[in-house]
Design a protein around this ligand. Sequence first.
Ligand code: NAD
Ligand code: ADE
Length: 414
Amino acid sequence: MSYKVRDLSLAEKGKIQIEWASKHMPVLNMISKEFSEEKPLKEVRIAAVLHVTKETAVLVKTLMNGGAEVWLAASNPMSTQDDVAAALVMEGVHVYAWRGETVEEYFDAIKTIAKVEPHIVIDDGGDFHAYLHSSALEIAEKVYGGTEETTTGVIRLRVMEKQGILRYPVIAVNNALTKFMFDNRYGTGQSALDGILRATNILLAGKTVVVAGYGWVGRGIAWRARGMGARVIVTEVDPIRALEAVMDGFEVMKMDRACEIGDVFITATGNINVITRRHFEKMKDGAVLANAGHFDVEVSVKELEAIAVSKRDVRNCVTEYALPDGRKLYLLGRGRLVNLVCAEGHSSEVMDMSFANQALAAKFIVKNRYSLQKKVYDVPKEVDTHVAILKLKSMNIEIDSLSEEQRKYLESWI
Ligand code: NAD
Ligand code: ADE
């Protein structure tokens, strides 16, 4: 068994966390049961680059119940739950992940799991797909197919598809309705605020919270922050989304203005340099900076480091930057995903749907590996709908169905 984790003695603690997550992931449990009987992933090698959390552990165990052998590396150097990583090793998973990896160690782990020549690659953010397509083409050629968990990863894959360099089909799990409408919105909406509160313990009521980006993640954060009594300002570059934010009742303005009035800043754009030096220079003393987008490039940490006269860690997950004029700014989780670095990521209930799509996408790839082209595919509609049906069932919620008369009415034009 090959692995590299922080401390195997944490395994018992991790096992209890995985049991806790599993209790709140009924859909994945139903799929796991089916997988145990049907073994759709028999003799399939899966290499996954995901946040190594208790919810990911439930996915990995589902894939193993389906017959797969699984290698796992982290999709962020600071998001691994070390107890979970240890517990997974004890379950027979080849884990290469620990919290606090250097960037070099992070890429080494990805390279290591690529070497097993996986049939399926699961990624969150696109670093694994990018590595296979830039430095390990001979391995990429043998991959049946891949999946991608998040918006930023799908954007990168679409560019690869457009450039005609994609070497295997990819299922854009992020684009399933049962993924982005719930995980990105309600998952991040809650867990990003959880990360900010665990790190700072500030009162959100009465604060001015600036949310950059009003996509699925930004919407979730803005609505939840308002729900806790904050005055919420949204910044956007897309006129339609900006208009939506206005009509949802938020104040919308340029970051150049918002930076002067915000108490807490949360980026959720998937873009680069959204908050930079010219904004830091105008911020209030004590402003808190957090990022919920995939990469640590939204708040320019480089520029913050450059203008600060000193920095120190003042609490777990909080770095204080002192500026030349005496003001202090507080960066959370070093500008990396605040929900995963300063808290535990999304709740299990929402990852239940995201990872149900991952498991079913893996099964779909194996079944259709000879007919799929080297393209980015959405999750098939019937899979997406199936996940919603199972989730409703697990919540004991019944819905109406169309009568024959209603179906015909909807299909007629006269
Ligand atoms: P999205 O495309 O729905 O939304 C992004 C929004 O940001 C768009 O409306 C876009 O117009 C806006 N934007 C782009 N540049 C901007 C700028 N300079 N200033 C203001 N707004 C700008 O994407 P999404 O699904 O909301 O995802 C956003 C990011 O969050 C991605 O990086 C995604 O991978 C990541 N994500 C993180 C988590 C998490 O657990 N933290 C979960 C899901 C997605
Ligand atoms: N992304 C966001 N939250 C997550 C979680 N709890 N587990 C894995 N990936 C995540």
